[in-house]
Design a protein around this ligand. Structure first.
Ligand SMILES: *Cc1c(COP(=O)(O)O)cnc(C)c1O
Length: 370
């Protein structure tokens, strides 16, 4: 039996009865957009994160984009302003910035955590810098205490891309509760996944929350009256109902992910398979378990040969993508090296004992010269 990277099917099968009952409730209600399920999920998710507001939107990219758009509407950002962002991230972090005609300033990560390095962020601050977007990559919180202090000192907005980090925390404060605002994704394979697309903006800022809620719904607070030129990006009732079921199990799922990570960290001892650095347990929600190897492609083939699926997050950094020709001259050697070396091993709350063993044995059997 092979080990699959992550099975959304297995994850949802555990709650099939509850999910089906919730779906039936929505079907029978006859109300499918912006109703009681979304309102209830927004309250529950805000409480989970420890913030005042959550606003459900269509997906994680829109969550990030609407935060920046909201700040533009509130007069805190202007076209052409610079936003510091880690060079090693999923392209959505960049797209949210460029969609708003803001300028991404990619910086190199901390080489041990892959997250923003506050010292490098400080070096990148210039006269047009107005915001920092921290990405909690692979599920591990960035150094938010240092980044908050830096943002305060320089009068910058601090936005969290928390799409991979639901439930991670530091000093008891969760992902989403550190920045001025945070964007979450509920893509089916995220730590809190819907059965379709979904996302949320969370914030303690009343004005921003109200603005995002307006923007997601055609710029309208009152039906057919449009305060601004909004978009259509609403979390729907069906997905909110699914998420309300799954939110109840999020902490349990993270505990299961942490148990898998502990096993990997204890058993994978191999000079060519470098393990991730964990600062402390609560800080990592283990969306992905990412190892590094000089011979990444050979390692991936070797694992495949042993029936173990793996993935690369991500093969090409945003600044080298065809989508961003104007960033091709930017040099980020560390970021570029990470993209050549990283490999994500199977990780998830449904990975059983045998599968974990099989992954460990396959890693330990990686050998031979290049
Ligand atoms: C998944 C993800 C997003 C985007 O979420 P979608 O719901 O797919 O739009 C943004 N940033 C990061 C880091 C992600 O992993």
């Amino acid at each position: 039996m092979g080990v699959c990277f992550l099975s959304a099917r297995d994850m949802n099968a555990r709650h099939a009865d509850e999910l089906k009952a919730a779906a039936a409730r929505v079907i029978d209600s006859g109300w499918y957009i912006l109703g009681e399920e979304v309102a209830a999920f927004e309250r529950e998710f805000a409480a989970y994160c420890g913030v005042r507001h959550a606003v459900g939107v269509g997906n994680g990219l829109d969550a990030l984009s609407l935060i920046l758009r909201g700040y533009k509407e509130l007069g805190l950002l202007r076209e052409g302003d610079e936003v510091i962002v880690p060079g090693n991230t999923f392209i959505a972090s960049f797209l949210a910035i460029t969609e708003n005609r803001l300028v991404p300033v990619p910086v190199e990560p901390d080489p041990t955590t892959f997250n923003l390095d506050p010292a490098r962020v400080e070096d990148a601050i210039g006269p047009r810098t107005r915001a920092v977007m921290a990405v909690h990559l692979y599920g591990q919180l960035a150094d938010m205490a240092a980044l908050s202090a830096l943002a305060r000192q320089h009068g910058l907005l601090l936005v969290e891309d928390a799409a991979q980090a639901h439930g991670a925390s530091s000093a008891g404060r969760k992902a989403g509760a550190w920045g001025d605002a945070a964007g979450f994704s509920f893509f089916p394979t995220k730590n809190l996944g819907a059965l379709g697309d979904g996302g949320a903006v969370v914030t303690d800022d009343d004005a921003l929350a109200r603005r995002v809620a307006t923007l997601r719904n055609y710029g309208s607070e009152t039906k057919y009256h449009h305060a601004c030129q909004g978009i259509n990006s609403r979390l729907d009732e069906m997905q909110a109902a699914m998420l309300r079921v799954k939110l109840k199990y999020l902490d349990e799922d993270i505990a299961l992910r942490r148990a898998v990570a502990r096993r990997y960290l204890a058993a994978i001892r191999h000079p060519e398979v470098l393990l991730p650095t964990v600062l402390d347990e609560e800080r990592h929600a283990w969306h992905l378990f990412v190892v590094r190897s000089d011979r990444r492609d050979a390692l991936q083939r070797h694992l495949q040969h042993h029936g173990v699926q793996s993935q690369v997050h991500y093969p090409v950094p945003p600044h080298l993508q065809p989508a961003y020709p104007r960033l091709h001259d930017v040099r980020l050697p560390l970021t570029e090296r990470l993209h050549r070396e990283v490999l994500s091993l199977p990780m998830g709350p449904t990975l059983d004992e045998d599968a974990v063993h099989q992954v460990i044995d396959a890693c330990l059997a990686f050998g031979g010269a290049a």
